[in-house]
Design a protein around this ligand. Structure first.
Ligand SMILES: CSC[C@@H](O)[C@@H](O)C(=O)COP(=O)(O)O
Length: 347
């Protein structure tokens, strides 16, 4: 494992010139390892296993994934139809995060212009995401500082939305980093995020490296922690935001939103415009990934549920716009609960 990585500057996804280099998020926090991908089957498998995950990081992966497919096509003599089919497999490897398809679609029209054109555009997807995260951090911290009077702040978050989930810095975790940098933060409550523990494995790892005070709690403890008055604001990310502001994010997010509404504290979503999908009218239209039930029945291969039990493993839920106090984007803050949604006239 690398010595003391600068986690805020970590890049989950990089292009080496002939391969896609991914931080293998399945083995964190025990080990910081990388996977170099030169093969579409390997890439699709890595996306499905969550070697790389988080909506914006998947967007960058999708964009560079086209380059991976082009190089493999050249090596193995594929025709254009085989290349397009391979690109489609990358695009649909996971269904909920709209950024994956968005990243692929952004570079796909450039295939005919050659590899350099594709990787240049993918590089722009990456750099734009870092810039968007920095802007979201500032907008989100401004909004929270205006709306919440208690100092210092206690913030709850769910899943991982940091450098690992993006091209760098983070969406919701970027807002938290900015609050910390401004000296406004007392404590982060990081939901562990069952069943794959992105909160305890990845968010806590990022927070620990940044020296940000945090506590990891079971997902089932979030509502009571909020209702007991231990949290001032919740900030989460998003995988897809419908035109009416309904927001899909990691399973467990809507429970946090309901608890915030009952406690009268703000529930904030931080996401770039690349996560907003005007083609999806409402939350009901967002495809929710149903993962293998074994992920909730076992841990590290050891069965935790009785042999006869069946698993049910939706990876995301949808928080209705009416429960979202603020939607922080790189261009500013919308307030869906007050009817201010991403696309004017959205359903
Ligand atoms: C900035 S990341 C936003 C979301 O993608 C994140 O909160 C999330 O739900 C990730 O889910 P995952 O299944 O780990 O890809």
């Amino acid at each position: 494992m690398d010595e003391e990585p600068n986690v805020a500057e970590l890049q989950a996804v990089t292009w080496t010139g002939d391969a896609l280099r991914l931080i293998d998020q399945t083995v964190l926090p025990a080990r910081l390892e990388h996977l170099e991908v030169r093969d579409v089957d390997v890439l699709v498998d890595a996306i499905r296993r969550l070697v790389v995950r988080g909506a914006p990081a998947l967007g960058v992966t999708g964009a560079y994934g086209v380059a991976v497919a082009m190089l493999q096509a050249e090596r193995e003599g594929w025709d254009r139809a085989a290349l397009e089919a391979a690109v489609d497999r990358i695009r649909t490897a996971r269904p909920t995060a709209v950024n994956l398809a968005g990243g692929v679609d952004r570079v796909r029209p450039l295939i005919g212009d050659g590899l350099a054109a594709v990787t240049a555009e993918a590089g722009r997807v990456l750099r734009e995401d870092v810039a968007a995260n920095r802007a979201m951090g500032a907008h989100g911290a401004d909004w929270i500082a205006r709306r919440v009077s208690r100092r210092p702040l206690r913030v709850l978050t769910h899943c991982n939305t940091g450098s690992l989930a993006t091209a760098g810095w983070g969406t919701a975790l970027g807002v938290i980093r900015e609050l910390h940098a401004r000296g406004l933060l007392e404590m982060v409550y990081a939901d562990e995020t069952r069943p794959l523990l992105q909160g305890s494995r990845l968010t806590a790892w990022e927070l620990a490296h940044d020296g940000i005070p945090h506590r990891v709690l079971a997902d089932g403890a979030a509502a009571s922690t909020i209702l007991r008055g231990l949290v001032d604001v919740a900030v989460i990310g998003a995988d897809r935001i419908a035109a009416n502001g309904d927001t899909a994010n990691k399973i467990g997010s809507v429970g946090v939103a309901l608890a915030c509404a009952d406690a009268g504290i703000p529930f904030v979503v931080a996401a770039p415009w690349s996560t907003i999908d005007p083609g999806t009218a409402t939350g009901e239209d967002i495809p929710i990934e149903l993962r293998d039930g074994r992920e909730v029945l076992a841990w590290e291969g050891a069965r935790t549920a009785p042999a006869g039990s069946e698993g049910f493993n939706p990876a995301f839920d949808v928080t209705p716009a009416r429960l979202i106090s603020a939607l922080v984007t790189e261009t500013g803050v919308l307030e869906p609960a007050r009817g201010r949604v991403p696309v004017p006239g959205g359903a």
